[in-house]
Design a protein around this ligand. Structure first.
Ligand code: HEM
Length: 464
């Protein structure tokens, strides 16, 4: 069994009850000072583990870039054992990730655009006061050789009409579906979220081996993901993908409103009671209604039911949930056949959080808003596969090179919304879909276990 108290928090169980967050970015100029910061944080019990005896008011977690590990003095023999994507970092991977045009690093926000972030400090609070207090004491503890790169990044969960579930800026309930992991009890996180495993040969779901998300344990194939050396550094550690994804809400709303007029004409008997053409079309693009209910189980109208146990095999042509919809692409469940074997190694634990104020309906403003996309995996090939082949490209879903209508990188792509023989709804094609989401920063991070942080703090790492 594994030791929860050695794995950092917010990975295997989410911080749903910590709705306020602030992300601080650090540069390490002096290895000794960087290590003494780690030591001080560990000695004071400030790094929050996955398990606590008493729930803290605020949580703090740390992640390091490749440059950050080097800045702390990790020897080259050890650095050389980290995966290539991590060594390169997100800026170098930009083209492969679709971070082109306005999403390319030259247009990113600071500090990502011009600085090198060594350490990402993720601070969460149960209240705003607790968050600010934690940020203040953390800042006071910074030694001279470690500086903060501005600006910091405030973030937080928001909901609609005091409902429990949280929303993202396009209006959808988010934080619902995450992987069910062996040995980890149900999260019960944001708005009754329910984890979902991988499909098995009998068309059911089974839990996913821990090794898909945490280093040092067997993964889907029974093997271990490559472990950077020494083992003590990587065991119980993981990798984090951090991306600042800016959402253009007026552009999204305008596009939906314009297309919805033609889409409404494909529904012979008219729209179901209480459902607008905009709601219906937006749901088809996402694969869930805005209130989170699934199109597979509730194809005609939203029901607020947040069940996550649905599958796609009985909807092979996408009559209910289009083949190219965001949630069907990013976790195809049983849609690709072969007992789930072709998708089982591409799962991500998502802990994203929104930033910027929500835009009220029918309003426009200059606010910048979006999601800080936060995903954990035991190798960046997991994220890069999903991003490249499922979000930015559509061949696996018979969508040729058309990308994800919500989060894809293409400008002017299209999406087929298949018709439904049972209701007589005719097929519809959304043409010329703009890019609604632009990348504004981010990097690849290593999230050490608490023991690994202690090892890094000691400065006595040997690769062999
Ligand atoms: C701003 C961009 C994005 C928005 C607004 C967005 C929104 C959503 C929403 C509303 C859901 C459904 C709720 C849930 O299951 O938690 C969802 C699910 C999901 N998204 Fe995204 N997302 C974005 C970007 C991405 C990216 C870039 C990826 C991967 C590279 C991704 C991967 C996923 C996955 C894996 C799921 C769960 C699917 C499932 O298990 O059914 N998302 N997203």
């Amino acid at each position: 069994m594994f030791d929860f108290s050695n794995i950092q928090g917010n990975i295997l169980r989410g911080y749903a009850s910590f709705p306020h967050a602030r992300f601080l970015y650090l540069a390490v100029h002096d290895a000794g000072d960087g290590r003494s910061l780690l030591k001080a944080l560990l000695d004071s019990g400030s790094v929050t583990p996955a398990q606590w005896s008493e729930k803290p008011d605020a949580a703090l977690n740390l992640a390091l870039t490749f440059a950050g590990l080097r800045a702390l003095g990790l020897p080259e023999e050890s650095l050389a054992t980290f995966p290539a994507e991590f060594r390169e970092g997100m800026k170098v991977r930009a083209k492969a990730l679709g971070d082109v045009g306005k999403s390319s690093p030259q247009w990113w926000d600071e500090p990502w655009k011009t600085s090198r972030v060594d350490i990402l400090v993720m601070i969460y609070g149960r209240t705003e006061g607790a968050l600010e207090e934690r940020c203040r004491t953390f800042r006071q503890s910074l030694p001279a050789g470690v500086t903060e790169l501005g600006p910091d990044q405030p973030a937080g969960f928001f909901s609609k009409d005091n409902e429990k579930a949280r929303r993202e800026h396009f209006g959808f309930v988010d934080g619902l579906s995450n992987p069910a992991v062996e040995g980890v009890s149900r999260d019960g996180g944001a708005g009754r979220s329910q984890e979902i495993g991988n499909p098995d040969e009998r068309g059911r779901f089974r839990k996913i081996p821990l090794g898909e998300f945490i280093l040092g344990y067997p993964g889907e194939g029974g093997d271990l993901a490559p472990m950077p050396l020494p083992n003590l550094l990587s065991h119980n550690s993981t990798y984090l993908v951090f991306r600042k994804l800016e959402q253009n809400v007026p552009l999204f709303r305008d596009y939906i409103a314009e297309q919805a007029r033609s889409f409404a004409r494909t529904i012979p008997g008219g729209l179901p009671n209480g459902v607008t053409a905009e709601d219906f079309l937006a749901a088809k693009m996402m694969g869930r209604w805005q209130d989170g209910s699934s199109l597979i189980e509730h194809p005609d109208r939203p029901t607020k039911a947040l069940d996550n146990g649905f599958a796609y095999a009985d909807d092979p042509a996408g009559a209910r949930c289009p083949l190219g919809a965001h949630v069907r692409r990013t976790n195809p469940r049983d849609a690709l056949g072969f007992g789930g074997k072709t998708m089982s190694r591409h799962r991500l634990i998502r802990r994203g959080i929104t930033y910027g104020k929500p835009l009220p309906p029918d309003e426009r403003d200059d606010e910048r808003r979006g999601i800080l996309f936060i995903a954990f995996n035991s190798g960046f090939d997991q994220f890069e596969f999903v991003q490249q082949l499922w979000v930015n490209f559509g061949d696996d879903f018979e969508q040729s090179n058309d990308g994800d209508p919500i989060a894809g990188s293409s400008q002017g792509g299209q999406m087929v919304i298949p018709g439904d023989e049972t209701t007589g709804r005719r097929p519809f094609i959304c043409f010329n879909i703009p890019r609604f989401v632009e990348t504004k920063g981010g990097d690849y991070f290593f999230v050490p276990s608490l023991a690994a942080l202690r090892l890094l703090a000691s400065g006595r790492v040997r690769a062999s």
